[in-house]
Design a protein around this ligand. Structure first.
Ligand SMILES: [Zn+2]
Length: 297
């Protein structure tokens, strides 16, 4: 017996809904590029935070709320990188990728991606979060891309070590305002000196803290100070004048993806800026090779 027309029609609609490209929100940190790389064209990936934006102080726009309302999955960096995302409304599954991928993080530092080993763990978590959206073929395609991404990220991990090794040992220090590169510092034997976190409360610079900061910067052996952005804040300029250590001419972007750069390019550019400023020499050619492999995934 043929199916009644109405039933046939509704099952066609249902099939269409199931095969429609799902919307995935990759909110912050380096998740935009990581998720797009892993999912290919299987999902419509919307990146909430524009590369180069400060996630710590961003506010949601009405358009972001509309995006969240149609998401099947919302991937967050986690560890409170973007406080504005703590109270989002979405029908989709919310995944705090960092908290799952890097559970061993006693300081709850959100800047976990500065160690590529953590990005490999994040890729794993993103891949498993995406799988319920697809059939076996879709899942296999994600796994293939994840395996390729893992290999590039492992190479990036060794590459960073090779670049840091070109910096004289007593200059392997990164002077910042706020703690950002702790994961990079720990893995590669670099000291991070987050002067505002270490010597001020809420960033207010008292004369006594200015003198303590200057002393510690001079003693650190650093040849440059890396503010969060350029032009540097008044506070960082005062610290530079008082310590006699110049502000770096280029600054790394530590809060996610840099504008116009992939996560691999952001990492290599950050490392090159640091290494070159501290008396080492960064291998740009091998950095471009890594990016070629990454964009070929
Ligand atoms: Zn930050």
């Amino acid at each position: 017996m043929p199916l009644p027309a109405s039933l046939l029609f509704s099952s066609v609609l249902l099939a269409a809904a199931n095969t429609a490209t799902p919307t995935v929100v990759a909110a912050d940190g380096i998740l935009c590029d990581l998720t797009r790389t892993l999912v290919g064209n299987q999902a419509n990936v919307i990146c909430l935070i524009k590369p180069g934006t400060d996630p710590h102080s961003m506010a949601l726009r009405p358009a972001d709320r509309q995006t969240l309302a149609k998401a099947k999955i919302v991937l967050l960096n986690g560890y409170n990188l973007t406080p504005a995302l703590n109270k989002i409304r979405t029908p989709g599954t919310v995944v705090k990728v960092g908290n799952i991928a890097v559970p061993n993080n006693s300081a709850k530092d959100p800047h976990i991606w500065h160690d590529p080993a953590n990005v490999i763990a994040m890729a794993n978590t993103v891949a498993s979060s995406l799988k319920p959206l697809f059939d076996a073929n879709g899942d296999a395609a994600i796994d293939q891309r994840r395996a390729k991404a893992d290999r590039v990220l492992a190479s990036l991990g060794s590459w960073i070590g090779q670049q840091v090794a070109t910096v004289p040992e007593n200059q392997r220090v990164v002077v910042t305002g706020h703690r950002t590169y702790d994961f990079l510092a720990k893995r590669y034997g670099v000291r991070e000196l987050p002067v505002l976190d270490d010597y001020t409360t809420g960033g207010t610079l008292r004369p006594s803290s200015l003198s303590a900061i200057s002393k510690s910067i001079k003693a650190s052996g650093s040849k440059a100070i890396f503010p969060e952005s350029l032009p540097p804040s008044k506070t960082m300029r005062r610290i530079s004048r008082s310590s006699g250590v110049p502000i770096a001419k280029q600054v790394p972007f530590g809060d996610g993806q840099a504008p116009g750069k992939s996560l691999v390019q952001t990492a290599t550019s950050n490392v090159c800026i640091f290494v070159n400023a501290q008396g080492g020499s960064c291998d740009q050619e091998s950095a471009s090779q890594l990016q070629k492999r990454w964009s070929a995934i």
